[in-house]
Ligand binder design. Sequence first.
Ligand code: GDP
Length: 445
Amino acid sequence: MIFEGLNEKFQNIFSNLKRKGKLSEEDIKAASREIKLALLEADVNFKVVKQFTKAVSERAVGEEVLKSLTPGQQFIKIVNDEMTKLLGGELQKMEFVEQGINIFMMVGLQGAGKTTTAAKIANLLRKEKKFKPLLVACDVYRPAAIDQLEILGKELDIPVYLNKDEKDPRVIAKKALEFAETEGYNLMIIDTAGRLQIDETLMNELVDLKELLEPTEILLVVDGMTGQESVNVADEFNRQLEITGVVLTKLDGDTRGGAALSVTYTTGKTIKYIGTGEKLTDIELFYPDRMANRILGMGDVLSLIDKAQNMIDEEKARALEEKLRTQEFDLNDFLDQMQQLQELGSIGDLMEMMPGVNKKMLKGMNMDAAEGQTKQTEAIIRSMTPEERLKPGIINGSRRKRIALGSGTTVSDVNRMLKGFEQTKKMMKQMGAMQGKAKKGRFKL
Ligand code: GDP
């Protein structure tokens, strides 16, 4: 779970304060001390911690909290505000050029997630901005990295420019640029070489590439699972290359928060995207306020909505609406709908974005069982004939037995699933009717 340790600690600190009702200056000092410890333990850079707790306690000891009617809430608001500021304030938009080719250079240490992120961004911008992307393999030292980019490109159906015989990344980049110009690509994403540590040859090579390509964005990829040590690295990359933004990866892992909370303060550059999983769709824009909410355990409903909007196929949604109107919703649609929901991520992942949900609560719930149920429904529908899927009414006793056998379930599982389908259908019919009325102005939603 994202920033689990920090999340739990903040929730404890906040619930202690809320219980107290009125707060004294001493209470605020004690809470600030606890915040300081929590952040240091999460491996946040000490300068950042000092500056953050100073800002929080100064504002809190002032009029804002002590005279407030709900001091606990007020304190939380201040922590939330300051954390948003620390994370960069507002969403920083990517730079795009309207004419010509957008060139993004991905830089960072080996294993940070450059190659994966290059593919993720290409895929995202193709979808969102209708860009025509070209991936360029410039990691000449690790043939495996070139192969990896090639595989990702194939998976996404995005072309990859590579030349395994050429050992000079400058030559590859130059040729790739010519290729992009003649072929009409308007987004080029360059995967560069990483090292285990910064070294001079690598840096010189990156500086040369920068001069040659004049990139629109130089994105530093930082492994979110690392602590402040990665931030020193980020600082060095920034000093030599003047990066334009950071991508923080692996936020789905056991992240402590050190890198996320220190990187903007240290480099003065904001995080633009976050990687949240190994799948190629696991990338999100970075909203400092939403991230602060997530770190402090207040949930992130807005990101959840964005995710749903990105994943749900609009054409399918329209077709579904049509079916609702004509009341032809069948088991194929039911299966389709469930698969779209599954695309959104595991139920556990979704729950984590809900306000007030923390790891302890999730522990009490059996997420695997909920997901198992979805898989079972899928298996049952797949064991039906096309006719049965279209007209579930014909599924009699012997058909139920056959379906149960085919899907490795029992007849009562099949019964339960069919009942669930009928309920969904009924509910959707009602929703369809409500929408129809609202459109005619008879019903206010
Ligand atoms: P590079 O050496 O910087 O190019 O890093 P790679 O792109 O090869 O990534 C290293 C490993 O991290 C790979 O196994 C990726 O699948 C994994 N990875 C990258 N981004 C993420 C992420 O956001 N979440 C998770 N869980 N894994 C990631």
